[in-house]
Ligand binder design. Structure first.
Ligand SMILES: CC(C)(COP(=O)(O)OP(=O)(O)OC[C@H]1O[C@@H](n2cnc3c(N)ncnc32)[C@H](O)[C@@H]1OP(=O)(O)O)[C@@H](O)C(=O)NCCC(=O)NCCS
Length: 379
């Protein structure tokens, strides 16, 4: 008996392509967990370092484990001179995600365990990358503005340090909390496109830096990580609250997608959105309501729902939150990567343990039975 031909599923929608013990996503009920812990319990209650440790090592760190983890991060934040020179020599107009992808790939030159794909070495390299990502993104931000790169401070936490290296000033508590919340919420999300890419690359026994470089390529697009930048650009383009309805109506009439809206898995709302909305609101109020991007975003949400049942995803309210954190829109996707490096590394570790090449089949739909004609006789 022959097996029936496998069915083609466009975009692999609904296809279960991996098993993971990292994060679970219930799209119907709108539930996200990291290793069984509900994101609502983690949001606002943990530091990014704790979430990253949870993903990398499987359980929440004890006080001692957390202190050691923070010490390891602090020891690895400084970038090799070659990477700083590379970032500084990049054209000022380069797209930050292109510079980030190139710099992370180049970090492999300086990684002493680059080819060791054992679980232990991959975790060690992952910790180094978690530490290095904010330093790289901050250096990109400053170098292209012609500003001096700011060195990390050993006595600052991950979120605080990142803000400090970006802006050269110590953040206040609200800014630190906002950055931390963002980083916690985006640290992992099941088999999203960039994580799948990282798993595909590592399934060939390629090393962590190769897998993460591939993941960065997938994160860049506006259907995935690029959506926050696209959302903020939309809000800036709309410009005023009374223009929101007209913009959304026109987008539906002309079949344009509204960025930051809709999700492959969540069909009743993204649980991360409410935390980002609340934090963006706090930031907006703290700056004295100079802008009203949160109200505009809420206006877009309501206007979309008048057309069809589509809800904001994680990138939607990230957009104003990152804006209020002083992040230029074209750096948003890089900031996403600063968080997701923990999830990518943990998935690569899972993939090495799983030890199976990811190589799906394709359905051939091209011409058949063609007659070969030599080059001299071709017309
Ligand atoms: C995320 C996304 C790619 C999910 O796509 P998907 O799972 O393939 O969803 P579908 O394309 O099946 O969407 C179902 C319907 O809603 C529409 N839709 C989905 N997202 C939409 C959006 N943002 N704006 C307008 N319409 C949208 C689709 O066009 C489709 O319409 P149809 O039934 O008439 O063909 C999609 O919602 C999207 O492009 N969103 C904007 C980009 C974004 O925010 N990405 C970040 C995701 S975290």
């Amino acid at each position: 008996m022959t097996n029936p031909a496998p069915t083609f599923v466009k975009g692999l929608a609904g296809v279960v392509a991996a098993q993971t013990a990292l994060s679970s996503v219930d799209g119907t009920k709108g539930i996200l967990t990291y290793r069984g812990l509900n994101i609502h319990d983690l949001a606002g209650n943990v530091e990014y370092e704790e979430a990253a440790y949870l993903l990398l090592f499987g359980s929440m760190p004890t006080t001692t484990q957390l202190a050691k983890f923070k010490k390891d991060l602090a020891a690895n934040r400084k970038l090799p001179k070659g990477i700083l020179d590379l970032i500084k020599s990049t054209p000022k107009k380069a797209v930050p995600m292109d510079t980030l992808r190139t710099a992370i790939s180049a970090l492999a030159f300086y990684e002493k365990e680059v080819d060791d794909i054992s679980v232990e070495a991959t975790r060690r390299k992952g910790i180094r990358l978690v530490a290095q990502f904010p330093s790289v993104v901050a250096a990109i931000h400053r170098a292209r503005k012609g500003k001096a790169v700011v060195s990390p401070k050993a006595n600052m936490g991950h979120a605080e340090n990142f803000f400090y290296m970006l802006h050269g000033v110590k953040p206040n508590t609200l800014e630190t909390d906002s950055m931390n919340l963002y980083l916690v919420l985006l640290a992992d999300h099941s088999l999203n496109a960039s994580t799948f890419t990282a798993r595909v690359a590592s399934s060939t026994n390629a090393d962590l830096h190769a897998a993460v470089t591939a993941a960065l390529g997938a994160l860049k697009g506006n259907l995935h990580g690029g959506a926050a930048e696209a959302t903020m650009n939309t809000l800036l383009k709309i410009g005023a609250l009374d223009k929101v309805d007209g913009y959304v109506d026109n987008a539906f009439a002309t079949k344009q997608k509204i960025m930051g809206i809709g999700h492959r898995i969540y069909k009743s709302g993204d649980p991360r959105a409410k935390h980002l909305l609340e934090q963006a609101r706090k930031m907006e109020e703290a700056e004295g309501k100079k802008h009203n991007y949160v109200d505009m975003a809420l206006g877009v949400e309501s206007a979309v729902l008048r057309h069809r049942e589509l809800y904001p995803n994680v990138d939607f309210f990230s957009a104003p939150l990152l804006y209020y954190l002083g992040i230029p829109t074209d750096l948003d996707t890089c900031v996403f990567a600063v968080s997701r490096i923990a999830g990518w590394t943990a998935h690569v570790v899972e993939q090495y343990i799983d030890d199976a090449l990811i190589r799906p089949a394709a359905q051939y739909v091209g011409p058949t039975d063609q007659t070969f004609v030599s080059v001299a006789e071709r017309k």
